[in-house]
Design a protein around this ligand. Sequence first.
Ligand code: ADP
Ligand code: 5GP
Length: 189
Amino acid sequence: MKNKGRLFVISGPSGVGKGTVCRMLLSRNDDLKLSVSATTRAPRSEDTEGVTYYFKSKPEFEKMIEESAFLEWAVYNNNYYGTPLSALEEKLNQGISVILEIEVQGALKVMQKRPDAVSIFIAPPDEQTLFKRLKGRGTEGDEEILRRVKAAGWELSQKEHYDYIVVNDDLDTAVCEIEKIMKDEKEKM
Ligand code: ADP
Ligand code: 5GP
């Protein structure tokens, strides 16, 4: 029988570079796939349905919660975000390792439900850099940025619950560090 894939949770505050790190990991590792989440937030110009997210209305998302369609879900800045369970299981059963790129409340739930998951917290070099990156990305207005910075305080306080903490200062160094963690963890299976 084929070995099951490994489940990796990559998490951390908004603007720390999770998306950037994950894109680089996926482009360099063909055997790794991203779990596509569902969300009720409005699509941004760079979003593609079914690729970056499955965009749902609030009633649609709540129906999926009732049907236990999610491994985890969370409310983040007034929107629902969740990890669809069946697509994830399918990939893992095919021996494909999967990344969940999710916020901290959801990551803590996955750690409880799936002790086999490997959790990685991406930390900023310092809080000022986090704020600068979030503002520099230019995808949120000032009010939304403030909400995300406020949430970051609690999120950063949760980092000790993770298996690994990786500081995203130099991007390539952070990605190489995660690749080493992934290789070591796959060998442990
Ligand atoms: P997240 O997915 O955690 O919200 P992003 O991946 O969107 O964060 O990154 C936020 C911003 O920071 C983006 O503009 C991205 O290009 C930039 N960024 C990410 N990693 C680094 C890094 N190591 N050094 C400098 N800028 C970075
Ligand atoms: P954004 O709106 O910037 O795309 O995402 C906001 C936050 O939601 C990010 O921290 C992102 O990692 C997180 N997120 C994306 N998908 C999921 C998910 O399925 N579950 C949870 N809990 N968080 C998610």
